[in-house]
Design a protein around this ligand. Structure first.
Ligand code: PMV
Length: 334
């Protein structure tokens, strides 16, 4: 038997300036650039084993066989890696996450970032950060931002090879906390791949995209200067713009639950009383409440008591996707 294995870990990320809509759906070339922070404490660990005893790719996510569309997306990435490496072996893929799947915490981001790194290494490739980011993007747009560490910007780029994510500040640059308010961990009715394809049907998307360079510049600058006031206003504006596009797409997408609005209003009220916190919401009902870590105890206490809140998880800025020690990239023969 010949087997080549590698294991990688990647964090999901929370977007401060959101990716929503593609100019090329197949390559996942985004309509606008985006900025995010990797989330330490939340992670996906993926082991890939290219093995000549297999007659088909095998995939398990958290111990279960995923549905057909997830399996197809993984197979597509494995095919790309096989083609790059010039191999034909099938792979066994085992992936585990320590947070709810498909509920507004970007499990596809950490999932495809970990898969891109583990699969490419197991296949004998040694891709640089830019190529890994590009490969991860093909699986899920936001996954390209989970390859570099800390605070990350995904450049809109001119084509496939330069629409990649780069780190703009290390995890230690700014002690920002993300209180993730979990209202539901049920899978969403419309996944973000489909939602991204619908973005262009909203008459608001063109205006949102045209204004993106301004929001990106504000957000980048606020992060680099650790200016929470500017950061809070642009992050909330950007989240609201994305949800306005979602709600006005054809068909319209409503990811919020009643509790989502309750939390948004509670954060706004607390900020007017002096709490340095702001909200952002991805493609799901859960709310990410961002604050400087010196003040993190206050929002957690406030949020835990609100209607519909099941859990509040705390994350800070996380590192890049990385190989785990037990990765043996060497070929085993037995
Ligand atoms: O990469 P996808 O297809 O999971 O899309 C992610 C879209 C948002 O999470 C809503 C925004 C973002 O930039 O992460």
């Amino acid at each position: 038997m010949s087997s080549r294995t590698a294991t990688a870990l990647a964090h999901p990320n929370i977007a401060f300036i959101k990716y929503w809509g593609n100019r090329d759906d197949d390559l996942r070339l985004p309509a606008n650039g985006s900025i995010s922070m990797n989330l330490e404490g939340l992670e996906t660990r993926t082991c890939v084993d290219f093995n000549d005893s297999l007659s088909a790719d095998e995939l398990r996510i958290n111990g279960e066989n995923p549905d057909r569309s997830a399996t197809e997306r993984v197979r597509r990435m494995l095919n790309e890696v096989r083609q790059l490496a010039g191999i034909q072996l099938f792979a066994r893929v085992e992936s585990r996450t320590n947070f709810p799947l498909g509920a507004g915490i970007a499990s596809s981001a950490s999932g495809f970032a970990a898969l891109a790194l583990a699969a490419s290494r197991a296949a004998g490739l040694d891709l640089n950060e830019a190529s890994l980011s590009c490969l991860a993007r093909h699986g899920s747009g936001s996954a390209c931002r989970s390859i570099p560490g800390g605070f990350v910007e995904w450049k809109v780029g001119t084509g496939d090879t330069d629409s990649i994510a780069v780190s703009i500040a290390s995890p230690g640059h700014w002690d920002l906390g993300d209180c993730i308010v979990v209202l539901s961990s049920a899978p969403k009715a419309t996944g973000s791949s489909m939602g991204n394809q619908l973005a262009g049907t909203s008459p608001l998307q063109a205006a949102r995209v045209a204004d993106a360079p301004r929001r990106l510049a504000f957000c980048r600058e606020a992060i680099l200067r650790r200016n929470f006031g500017t950061f809070a206003s642009v992050v909330e504006e950007d989240s609201n713009l994305m949800h306005a596009v979602m709600m006005t797409s054809r068909p319209p997408l409503f990811y919020w639950l009643p509790g989502t609005l309750g939390i948004i209003q509670a954060v706004q009220a607390a900020r007017s009383q002096g709490l340095p916190a702001c909200y952002t919401v991805d493609a799901g009902p859960n709310v990410h409440v961002l604050c400087e870590r010196t003040a993190v105890e206050q929002p957690v206490k406030l949020l835990e008591g609100l209607p519909g809140v099941r859990e509040v998880r705390l994350a800070r800025a996380g590192g890049p996707a990385r190989l785990l020690e037990d990765s043996s990239t060497a070929e085993h023969a037995s």
